[in-house]
Design a protein. Structure first.
Length: 413
């Protein structure tokens, strides 16, 4: 098996694990365990809290001390154990603790999977801008396969989704042993900042990079909102007798998987958009897509016309997610030195899935509870608030972000 195919398998399993529970866990916690919107928001904030520091710290360790391959295996081993235990929990406080432990190892594994891919491609003299999206798309395929499996097996409101994720984690641990060895980078003479692996923080000295990281964080909050409550929103249509047996309610995970299907197409066009339009325009497109995503959610329902709006929202998600998350990762890769590659990817993960996700989870949970009346949620108002937020981000980013590419990058505008 050539190296590109080996990386595809790694990313397939990486995101299969997440797809088993990320979109459906909120429904399980609310519908099956009876947790409140705020409790679910706090539990999902564990993702942001863990990503606040662990991706960057693990990135430092991978750059300076322990080979990325072995750290990657350790992360997924701990992740498997925590997911297995989480399946037996019915208390929201304990669930938060265990999912926090899981996120402390899973979030760094995403950054590590990116770093392993970039380093390996570079060693093979392959261009990351053109090659990585074609490999990363298999992560999205893995996420889709997991969501369909959970939905078709009727596991959306069952703890079995967590058991399946734990098994997949163990499989990835075993497979990771076959990945290429990536040695740490050692220098004979270095400052204490370099010795501690804090080189990546120098990026904040550049106004352009500081602004980029800030908006990556704010977009991370948007992503967390849709991950936390998208499934619950669709299942709540079942409160209306006219819709309780609709496909939207019965197979909400399959409908949500259309978002990941759309990702496949948008991932493959990222190289064209980045080289033709540049990172600024690509990020603005993403923010406008998020606005449209939530706006379509606000007016969609299981009726024939409303269903079309929901499907369009899923398609738009592919653009919204890929054009900031994956494009941002490629942008960082092209802007930093190879000596701080893992640290910089970890820092990006911290901003998006750390601070941003933590704030997004907590704030969105409170907004959902604020617009809940007699246990019925006013989803239209909720989604319109989130759409307005995304639109404001796009406008502010347009006037505040100014980028001049360095000679290394192909991101020309």
């Amino acid at each position: 098996m050539n190296i590109k195919n080996r990386l595809k398998v790694m990313l397939f399993l990486q995101y299969f694990i997440w797809g088993c529970w990320l979109i459906t866990l909120g429904g399980y916690l609310i519908k099956t365990l009876g947790f409140s919107g705020t409790e679910v928001g706090v539990i999902f904030s564990s993702k942001g809290l863990a990503a606040f520091f662990t991706p960057f710290l693990v990135g430092i360790i991978a750059d300076k001390f322990i080979p990325a391959k072995y750290l990657y295996m350790l992360c997924h081993l701990i992740g498997a154990i925590s997911l297995f235990y989480a399946a037996s929990i019915t208390d929201p406080d304990l669930m938060f603790i265990v999912m926090f432990i899981n996120m402390m190892v899973f979030m760094p594994s995403i950054a590590l999977s990116n770093s392993i891919s970039y380093i390996t491609l570079a060693k093979e003299n392959l261009d990351t801008v053109t090659e990585f999206p074609k490999i990363r798309v298999f992560g999205t395929v893995g996420f889709i396969v997991a969501m369909w499996s959970i939905s078709l097996l009727k596991l959306e409101l069952s703890m079995v989704q967590l058991y399946l994720a734990a098994i997949a984690s163990l499989v990835l641990v075993a497979y990771s042993a076959t990945l290429p060895y990536i040695p740490v980078i050692k220098k004979q003479s270095q400052s204490w900042v370099s010795a501690l692996g804090l080189d990546a923080f120098v990026l904040f000295k550049k106004p352009t990079m500081a602004i980029f990281f800030l908006f990556a964080m704010l977009l991370g909050a948007v992503l967390q909102i849709t991950n936390t409550f998208g499934g619950t929103f669709l299942r709540d249509f079942g409160l209306n007798p006219a819709y309780e047996n609709s496909l939207v309610v019965q197979y909400s995970a399959i409908l949500l998987s259309v978002s990941q299907m759309a990702e496949i197409g948008f991932i493959l066009v990222i190289p064209f958009f980045l080289t033709r339009f540049g990172i600024k325009k690509v990020m603005i497109i993403s923010m406008l897509a998020w606005t449209l995503r939530f706006g379509l959610f606000a007016f969609g329902d299981p009726s024939p016309f409303g269903f079309v709006l929901l499907v369009l929202s899923m398609i738009v998600y592919g653009c919204a997610f890929d054009f900031f998350n994956i494009s941002g990762s490629i942008f960082i890769e092209n802007e930093v030195s190879s000596t701080i590659r893992s640290s910089a990817q970890g820092l990006y993960m911290t901003m998006v899935n750390g601070i941003g996700a933590m704030v997004g989870a907590i704030v969105s949970g409170k907004i959902v509870d604020l617009f809940t009346y007699d246990k019925v949620k006013d989803w239209q108002s909720i989604w319109l608030i989130f759409a307005s937020y995304s639109l404001v981000l796009a406008v502010v980013f347009c006037f505040s972000f100014h980028y001049r590419p360095n000679t290394k990058t192909a991101l020309n505008q």
